[in-house]
Design a protein around this ligand. Structure first.
Ligand code: FES
Length: 207
């Protein structure tokens, strides 16, 4: 069953944020992926086909874009998707041992969901907080920093009771309903498309 068939207003709103051109339609790929993933937890092959048709591209290109961002999932994830940074600073600070502990403790491998539906795990690249390594991100919620074996054990214990501890550092920037980047405080950051100045026309060859 089509996901977007009864969401034409939403689709039109997303496309209205981009130029009315083939390139503009392809630019809508990421928010369409986000919409499906937020609703269904992952983006299946049939959803990729649907998004590809909307954007005037191929499912291969959709999958290729998804593969570049660890935030998109092609398989279902657990209620708590634990993402362990495995880049060098976190690795030096113990993320390899942390990873080994997690997969053994939860008895789950990447791409799998634990039998109780609670946990899935993924290695990710640098999360941009190397000074607080090693780092785990849970879902899109925020960073758990300087995760020692003891801290990891207490986080897992809390998650098993569905009492997710507050992250040490909430993800600082999210995107609001208008498509603007905002801080946790609600303050808008970055440029608004409507606030950008148009470049003057280019006259090739002029001094
Ligand atoms: S290496 Fe892990 S946050 Fe940068």
């Amino acid at each position: 069953m089509s996901y977007f068939a009864d969401k034409q207003t939403l689709v039109a709103d997303i496309f209205s944020r981009y130029p009315d051109s083939p390139q503009g339609r392809r630019s809508a790929l990421m928010p369409l992926l986000r919409e499906v993933q937020d609703a269904e937890g992952f983006v299946s092959g049939s959803r990729m086909d649907e998004i590809a048709a909307l954007c005037g591209t191929t499912a291969t290109e959709v999958r290729s874009v998804m593969s570049f961002y660890s935030t998109y999932h092609t398989l279902p994830t657990g209620k708590y998707h634990l993402q362990v940074c495995s880049t060098v600073m976190c690795s030096l600070a113990g993320s390899d041992e942390l990873w080994d502990h997690l997969v053994s403790e939860l008895d789950v491998q990447p791409g799998e969901v634990s039998p109780d539906g609670r946990f899935s795990v993924q290695k990710v690249e640098c999360l941009g907080s190397c000074g607080t390594a090693p780092l785990i991100q849970i879902n899109d919620d925020g960073y758990y920093e300087k995760v020692t074996p003891g801290k990891c054990a207490s986080i897992l214990k809390a998650l098993r009771a569905d009492l997710q501890p507050l992250p040490d550092n909430p993800v600082p920037v999210t995107v609001n309903a208008e498509g603007r980047q905002v801080l946790a405080s609600g303050e808008a950051v970055g440029a608004s498309v409507t606030g950008l100045n148009q470049l003057p026309p280019f006259h090739g060859g002029e001094a």
